[in-house]
Design a protein around this ligand. Structure first.
Ligand code: MAN
Length: 359
């Protein structure tokens, strides 16, 4: 597929929150078109604090719920570490800790979607105790009526990994509404309008007692806060690029043919997780009906660019924002690459439809 693509931001272009911290990733940006036609991204900035060799690990934890970004440092003795990965540390007592802490930062992009015009100097939206003590990650933004609705992953001391919600009228001031999908849950996206009188979301329970593989679920709500009437909808498929687990990408886009959802699917080869991208088409009136899906034989996009094949985490293309171009012919797909950079790809909508298998 011949598509226009570009790395939008790399860690060195983002100022760390504290002078002795370093930015490891500017990744997984939410994207929404603003009234002035420019595009706003809310990217996840993953940072690490300085580790002093020989000492115990220090793990930052947010301790202030004011607008100050105030940290304490939990000290973890090396003997407590069972297994330490690039982005996560498993402790002997069964708990885990992250090697980075993330906040969300606002970035303004030109109307054509390809030029970064401004990056905020410091955190725009960060965790607070109980809502991301260990950070906030992987936002998605959707406009519902006159309100912007942001879903994100909150990683908290007592609540673990949850799907949380904040709303805004102006994309500057956000009102926190708290956890909407309790632990363990990620990749929450909300449809841009009510369907049959209810708000509809897709989300991905992580599970702890796993009887099934992790998949994308559908859920309904009268008010965006209380969710129910749930079921698993878009599941991993055997012998496919998405055979390990699936998770929603950006919020679904309304098209004449149905709701277009771009999602990520993972395949694990020799302990290496490979994050690729596919799409499904859901019925406009009843999104529980899947009309079409990218076939099992090949994804729509694979992590084949250099900045996706190797990064902070290798083999990852992870779309989180999708904005139609002004002429409506293409989708500007904003993704994280290798858990390190943010990229944009201009994908013709026709191509996405042509590459799906219709049921
Ligand atoms: C996984 C990865 C990390 C993320 C944690 C917590 O380990 O997705 O990037 O920080 O989960 O959400």
């Amino acid at each position: 597929m011949n598509i226009q693509k570009k790395v939008l931001l790399t860690p060195s272009e983002v100022r760390p929150s504290f002078s002795d911290w370093s930015v490891q990733g500017v990744l997984n940006p939410a994207a929404v078109r603003m009234p002035n036609k420019k595009i706003l991204l809310m990217a996840r900035i993953a940072e690490s604090s300085v580790q002093r060799p020989g000492e115990q690990l220090t793990c930052p934890i947010i301790v202030s719920d004011s607008e100050e970004y105030e940290m304490a440092y939990q000290k973890i003795k090396k003997e407590r570490v069972l297994k330490s990965g690039v982005n996560i540390i498993h402790l002997r007592e069964g708990l885990c800790r992250l090697t980075t802490i993330s906040h969300l930062r606002r970035i303004i992009v030109s109307p054509d979607g390809f030029t970064v015009e401004k990056v905020d100097d410091g955190p725009t939206f960060m965790g607070v105790p109980g809502d991301g003590d260990y950070g906030v990650e992987d936002a998605r933004i959707v406009k519902i009526g006159s309100q912007y609705v942001m879903t994100y992953v909150s990683v908290s001391l007592h609540e673990g990994v949850c799907g949380s919600l904040a709303v805004s009228k102006n994309l500057v001031d956000w009102e926190r509404k708290g956890i909407i999908f309790r632990q363990q849950n990620k990749d929450v996206v909300i449809f841009p309008e009510k369907i049959r009188g209810k708000y509809v979301a897709l989300h991905r329970p992580e599970g702890t007692m796993n009887f099934s593989k992790r998949s994308i679920w559908i859920s309904h709500s009268p008010d965006l806060i209380y969710w129910g009437k749930e079921k698993s909808l878009i599941r991993p498929r055997d012998n496919s690029w998405d055979d390990a687990w699936t998770g929603a990408g950006p919020p679904p886009i309304k098209t004449k043919k149905g709701w277009l959802l771009i999602y990520h699917g993972v395949k694990t080869i020799d302990e290496q997780n490979i994050y690729s991208v596919g799409s499904v088409l859901l019925d406009l009136k009843n999104p529980e009906i899947v009309l079409a899906r990218t076939p099992t034989k090949a994804p729509l996009l694979e992590p084949k660019e250099k900045y996706e094949a190797s990064g902070f985490v290798n083999q990852v293309v992870f779309p989180t924002g999708a904005v139609p171009t002004l002429d409506g012919k293409d989708i500007l797909l904003y993704s994280g690459g290798g858990d390190k950079i943010s990229s944009v790809k201009k994908v013709p909508i026709k191509e996405i439809f042509a590459r799906m298998e219709y049921f």
